[in-house]
Structure formats: C-alpha cells, structure tokens
Design a protein around this ligand. Sequence first.
Ligand SMILES: *Cc1c(COP(=O)(O)O)cnc(C)c1O
Length: 426
Amino acid sequence: MVRRTEQILKARAGKVIPNGMYGHQSVRLLPESFPQFFNRADGAYLWDSDNTRYLDLMCAYGPNLLGYREPRVEAAVARQMALGDTMTGPSPLIVDLAETLVAMISHADWAIFCKNGTDATTMAMTVARAETRRRKILVAAGAYHGSAPWCTPVPAGTLAEDRAHLISYVYNDIESLEAAAAMAGDDLAGIFATPFKHDAFQDQALADPDYARRARAICDAKGAMLIVDDVRAGFRLARDCSWSTIGVEPDLSCWGKSFANGYPISALLGSDSCRAGAGAIYMTGSFWYSAVPMAAALETLKILRETDYLEHMARLGERLRSGLAAQAGAQGFSLRQTGPAQMPQILFADDPDLRLGFGFAENMLARGIYMHPWHNMFLCAAMSEDDIEFALTAAGAAFADLAAVRATLKPHPVVSAMMKSRAAHA
Ligand SMILES: *Cc1c(COP(=O)(O)O)cnc(C)c1O
C-alpha cells in the first residue's frame, strides 16, 4: 500500500515537531504501517490522511465514547458555538454541569473543571495535601496518572524532588499498600488508585474489592484522602464512579477523556470531606471555563442516562472477546484477553517481545481494523454487531496469515528492547 500523503506529512513533521510526533499518539512504538495522521472520523470509523478507512478500536485513546460526531452532541456544540465559547467568565452551563455530575456521581458534592486528565490528577494531589496539610501520596507502581513531572512515565527533564513525597505500592496487593501507608506514618495525604489495573504492555487486572476497601479503611483511619483516577475508565464501567461497582466511595475522583465525547474538558469531583482543601488551592487555566465543551458534556451525560450505551458496549466487547479466542485457538494461538470486555487488552501468550501482537495488529490494519498491540483498547457505543462481525471476519484471516508466517516474524527493535529491560527489572 502506497501512502503518499502520510509519507509527505511525516517528512514535514520530522522537521518541525520533535521526533516527528510526541506523547501517546506518536506511532514510534507501533508497527511500521500504522498511520500517524487522520483526516476525519465518524461514528466508529476513522480515515487516515490518504483516506483509508478503519474501524477504530482505540476510540482516540478513550475520548470517543458514543461515536465520533454523535449528532445530538454535535447539535449542542453548534448551539453553544453560536453563543460563545471562551469568554471573560464562565457560562451558566458550568453550574448545570457541576449539578449534573454531583447528581450522577454518588461520592461527589462539588466539581472543578479543567482541560486534561493530568490537570485533574495533579489538582487531586494538591487538594489532598491542602486538606490534610500533609505530604505523602501513595501511587501504584506503573500506573499512569498523566504527564506532569510528578507522574510522567519517562523521567527525562524531571527531578527526583518532583516525586520526593510519593510512595509506591503494588496494585491489588494489600500488604504492600499497608507497608506504604506505614512508611507515610502520620504524613499521609492521600492514596491514588485507578479503578482497575490498566497499565500498558501488561495484562489488565480488575480491582480486588478487599484491596479497594482496605485503601478506604486506611484513609479513614489516618484522615487521608482516597483518590480514584477515573480518567480512562470513567463511564465505561458505570454511570457513577467506577468503584461504585464494588461499593467503595473515594473522597476525590478524576475525570477526563470521554465525558464530553471528545470535546476538551476534564474534572475533579470531590466530597465534602475535602471541600475546604479545594477552596484553599489556586489552580486555573485560560480554557478551563470554555462553554462549548460543557455543552458537549451536558448532552453526552444526558445520553448516558437515557440509553443502554454501557450494556451495548459490554455486549459487543464480550462477542469480540469470545470470537477472537475461538479464532486464535483454531490457528494454534493463545490470547491473553484481560480487563473489562469494553476496554480490552489483547496480548498473545508466549510473545515476550510482542512480535506476534505486532504482526497481528499490522495484518488487521491492512484489513481495515485499527487495533493496538500493547495498550488497552476501547469500544464505543456507535459500534454495531455488524462492526464486530467485520472485525472478526478480518481476524479469522489475520490469524491464518500469522500462523503461516509465524517463523519469519521479526521483533520491533525499540519495543523488544523495552520488553527485555522490563522483564529484567520484574
Ligand atoms: C489519560 C490518563 C490520564 C491523563 O489524562 P490526559 O488528558 O492525557 O492529561 C490520567 N490518568 C489516567 C488513568 C489516564 O488514562
């Protein structure tokens, strides 16, 4: 496949953008054929810069929850666009949106809006410290909470001091959580947890309810804040905070990515337990009050309450999961499919340098299905049973192709080196 526009764009980007692209949307750690640039998106599909169409199982890394350009959300956006977006003060929509989220999210009594998940997680840490007047924050090793100096996974340019008061623990491991809390002593400000373990390059793991309850109990005993980072999983597990599914209420929850169906807004929600801390801090941004993303959020949240979007995504995810397992088995492969079916992580068993995963993703891409070889994927509500059948038909052929070329697959140089060094450190 000749992708002329893509090649020209990549050459131009290489001159004016560091590394040609940055962050999670750089294709540097993806198979060779993965496109870097996209012209447009609609429903469950996206089109690259050469106008090749893909069924998109990444959903913009989460923000696409209802389908790209969902008509009701787009109409709400157009109405607000005509009135104003970024103004000298917020529109009344900010009050509507805070009321809506406080009504939907059981633990929440107040809301602060921002732009990115990193804003919300960083503000959660700041509120926890302001509320408790303490320093130590417990964070699960390997968990992603954003790209600020305290949490970025690549430490270049950051200081040990940026993380001086973070103590790491092992997700789902009660003993290590207790040891970390003991180390914090009477200086514990808060405990961070993602709703389930969704770290890149690894199997996902649902939260052990005993671990979640223990985190809550430690915070209660020590007067510390429990923080659920729902930026990635928010509204893909529940119409409430994701830990409502296991009956654990945090003091603070972080939201982003999906709740305005792709429009730029994130939120920190809190309980009365830390209202004073939230009132004490100063964090803000030029675009934190913009009205258009709030209009998008209000309409998105309305659709979440009115439709079976969640049950629909879970049903399609289960169909995809069982179909792939059967097809892989028929060709002599074994898959490790972990996490909620609507946020699947799909890795091959016995694939330490990910060459099978890369080969499969590349083959699927050529058949019009965009899948990720090492990051969890996302379903969206715009996907249909026909879309899943389209993906499974492609997968049946892709597994057969993969079996035929299995012995000749080569590992991706950077990724395989990374996997080796991770295995050595494990
Ligand atoms: C994506 C993500 C963030 C950071 O959100 P940004 O909008 O990229 O700043 C934080 N926490 C989790 C769990 C995420 O998945």
